[in-house]
Design a protein around this ligand. Structure first.
Ligand SMILES: Cc1cc2nc3c(=O)[nH]c(=O)nc-3n(C[C@H](O)[C@H](O)[C@H](O)COP(=O)(O)O)c2cc1C
Length: 201
């Protein structure tokens, strides 16, 4: 049975357009993969604590003692074990909400999600072959003159390389806050892409 891990960083909850797009993708994925199981981590509910000094100190102590089975590392183990990963996050301040960054810091644990070989080279330890970022953006950051400013998808893509996740994909609906655009049409087109991507994810 395929385990799909859904990381929900949609701060506006059920009002979120990103979450609507993600739910559409997940519904279609479940239809196409009836034996698959979706597990959701809702970052607004679970609220992992930022790595303040005392949190980092505790984590270092546990790690140095080899206690990688401590609950502190549960999120990292869950991420490492998933077959498929979907992250839903709106485009905020050219990347994504801080709650997602906190989560990424939590799961980036040496010898759980990534490690190093005897030569000191990075080795990814995650099982997932694919990670999909689902996002919506107020502006359009896929244009030649704006793409360089986009730092959410690019950060996740780089992290996938570190975690050993071979395929990074991004489903984005863009220009949703531009008064010149037809928002409904943009979202409808993205929903169609969600359907097509879910079939083969
Ligand atoms: C705190 C905040 C920061 C945002 N930053 C950007 C930004 O840097 N660039 C942009 O194009 N849109 C930005 N937006 C607009 C959102 O990307 C856009 O409205 C998106 O569709 C919101 O997703 P949601 O409906 O899932 O919450 C921002 C919105 C918020 C609330």
């Amino acid at each position: 049975m395929e385990q799909l891990l859904f990381i929900n960083a949609c701060v506006r909850g059920e009002r979120s357009r990103t979450l609507k797009l993600a739910r559409r993708f997940l519904d279609r994925w479940q239809q196409a993969h009836p034996d698959g199981a979706v597990t959701e981590v809702d970052l607004c509910k679970d609220r992992p604590v930022p790595q303040y000094p005392e949190v980092l100190a505790e984590r270092d102590e546990l790690w140095n003692a080899g206690k990688l089975d401590d609950p502190m590392f549960d999120l990292a183990h869950q991420f490492a074990a998933a077959d498929r990963i979907v992250v839903a996050a709106p485009f905020w301040d050219l990347s994504f909400p801080a709650i997602l960054k906190i989560y990424l810091e939590r799961i980036s644990v040496t010898n759980i999600t990534f490690g190093y070989d005897e030569q000191g080279n990075n080795v990814g330890l995650c099982k997932a072959g694919k990670l999909l970022l689902i996002t919506t953006r107020g502006g359009n950051f896929s244009l030649p003159e704006t793409a360089w400013m986009e730092m959410g998808a690019r950060q996740l893509e780089a992290l996938c390389a570190m975690y050993g996740i071979d395929s990074f994909q991004c489903l984005a609906a863009e220009g949703l806050d531009d008064i010149r655009n037809d928002k409904e049409a943009i979202l409808a087109e993205a929903m169609g892409r969600a359907d097509a991507m879910a079939e083969v994810f």
